[in-house]
Design a protein around this ligand. Structure first.
Ligand code: FAD
Length: 332
């Protein structure tokens, strides 16, 4: 492999129904910094149907070039089609670094592309840099339950790829009217040759749980005891316009679904406010919420580990204090 042929920083721009997902814009912010250090172009990769017009937003958020494949076959995300389209672009244009959001689709696509083009992938990173002397991408992520940061290098393959957690990087300030180069490509795949077919789309009718993008999370631990306690937490969340999170124990008790789980095997969240109710503060939970801007814990045990990870702690019975908080916030 001739590594010198690989140049440019790429960002996969995820879109849902034509709306750009925030993490793509955040990665343009982080990618701009890497591209400037390496003195290369920052490029957005935009796939979908009727999405071409969104390229101008990407220029305003820092992209120098946008590669677009606009085709009905890409309207819905499917691993097979997206992997093929992105794999072809990588083989043709040879990027040096390629970033994806660590969303469900981003993680799925990045791992598929890594096998398609035979390169490595660092998953779930939170810190990105480049070593200019060695011209190596340094992607770092928490390891050993968040106790250390592991920096992972991809020395022998290109592109160097990483998925990056949402809400960790900052979007650049948009520059209205900033222009760039739009490069339109096509996909060579035909529907009849695909192994996966979309037969039906069943929308989840439950209130969507989007922990990663929530500004306020009220999270319940085993201390809330049962469905009645969960309802109490939901009521507080409702008046605060918050999303409800949970520890793994609450999920395992069958009180809520896994989509509510925060932690090592759940979501990593960075809201402005995280209220932990009846959560002990096991390391596997804390790694998922420790980067929240403001953490308030409510627990009957003054020695609970959650207080070490919190800015404010309330030693109290949740069943007494939570209804009072709900009542007071309702007045505001
Ligand atoms: P507990 O540890 O039982 O804590 C309950 C707390 O409630 C106690 O501190 C208690 O003092 C308090 N309490 C009791 N009654 C009240 C009351 N009336 N008012 C106020 N407080 C009260 N856990 C996660 O959360 N997320 C993960 O992603 C995750 N991944 C894991 C992965 C692995 C590989 C492993 C081994 C474990 C993982 N866990 C995860 C589990 C984790 O280790 C803990 O078991 C779990 O977080 C504990 O949940 P909890 O705090 O709700 O329960």
């Amino acid at each position: 492999m001739n590594m010198e042929e690989y140049r440019g920083v790429w960002v996969f721009i995820e879109q849902r129904n034509g709306e750009l997902v925030d993490v793509g814009l955040e990665l343009l912010g982080a990618g701009r910094d890497l591209a400037d250090k390496l003195e290369v172009d920052l490029c957005g990769i935009l796939l979908g149907h009727n999405v071409k017009d969104r390229a101008k937003d990407l220029f305003e958020y820092g992209a120098d070039k946008v590669y677009v494949i606009d085709d009905p076959i890409l309207e819905l995300y499917r691993t097979e089609t997206y992997m093929k389209a992105v794999g072809d672009l990588v083989r043709k244009y040879k990027p040096e670094i390629f970033l994806y959001g660590a969303t469900a689709n981003g993680k799925d696509l990045a791992s598929a592309v890594a096998t398609e083009v035979m390169t490595g992938l660092t998953a779930d990173t939170t810190l990105l840099d480049v070593n200019l002397d060695k011209r190596l991408f340094e992607a770092s992520r928490p390891a050993f339950g968040g106790n250390i940061m592991a920096t992972i290098l991809c020395k022998k393959h290109r592109p160097q790829m990483a998925t990056v957690r949402p809400k960790v990087m900052k979007k650049a300030d948009p520059q209205p009217g900033r222009e760039g180069e739009l490069i339109e490509e096509s996909i060579s795949v035909q529907e009849e040759n695909l192994k996966t077919k979309v037969i039906d789309i069943v929308r989840d009718t439950n209130k969507a749980v989007n922990l990663e993008e929530a500004d306020i999370i009220v999270a319940a631990g085993k201390g809330i005891k049962d469905e009645k306690g969960w309802k109490m937490v939901e009521e507080l969340a409702d008046v605060l316009n918050a999303t409800v999170g949970a520890s793994r124990d609450v999920v395992e008790m069958g009180i809520c679904g896994h989509e509510h789980q925060v932690g090592q095997t759940g979501a990593t969240v960075t809201p402005k406010l995280y209220i932990a109710i009846g959560i002990s503060g096991a390391v596997q939970h804390v790694v998922g919420m420790q980067n929240s801007e403001l953490i308030i814990a409510i627990n009957t045990d003054p020695d609970a580990a959650i207080f070490n990870a919190s800015h404010y702690g309330v030693v109290a019975d949740a069943f007494e204090i939570v209804p009072l908080l709900t009542e007071e916030f309702r007045k505001v």
